[in-house]
Each structure stands twice: as structure tokens, then as C-alpha cells.
Design a protein around this ligand. Structure first.
Ligand code: FES
Length: 61
């Protein structure tokens, strides 16, 4: 599967984020604690918080 990198600083892919949602992560802060996504660049934080929230909405939870 294609690896779409969402956070270059911490090498976090779209699949990594989806996997964490499947494991029960429901807050962006929690995702950051686990993956470090968006913990260094503000634009990355903003963009990925939006992507995370959109993915959450699509899970229907
Ligand atoms: S690219 Fe994600 S924190 Fe820098």
C-alpha cells in the first residue's frame, strides 16, 4: 500500500493514523502522545488535527 506521509518530522503516515483510530484513539492529543504527529511544526499540527477529525467523523463514532 502507498505510504502517505502526514508528518515528515516524525514519519507518521495516513495508515498509522487510521490504525490508531482503529485501536480506539479519539483525541488528537492522544494521537500525538503515541505518534508525536505534529508536535514540532504548527502548520503540521493544524493540518493533521483536521485530517484526524475528518477521519473520526467517517468512522461514525
Ligand atoms: S512535519 Fe509534523 S511536526 Fe513537523
Amino acid at each position: 500500500m502507498e505510504k502517505k506521509i502526514l508528518c515528515g518530522c516524525h514519519n507518521v503516515t495516513l495508515d498509522d493514523v487510521k490504525a490508531q483510530i482503529e485501536l480506539g484513539v479519539r483525541k488528537f492529543k492522544e494521537l500525538q502522545d503515541i505518534t508525536n504527529i505534529g508536535t514540532d511544526c504548527p502548520p503540521c499540527t493544524e493540518q493533521n488535527e483536521k485530517i484526524f477529525n475528518d477521519l473520526l467523523l467517517n468512522t461514525g463514532n
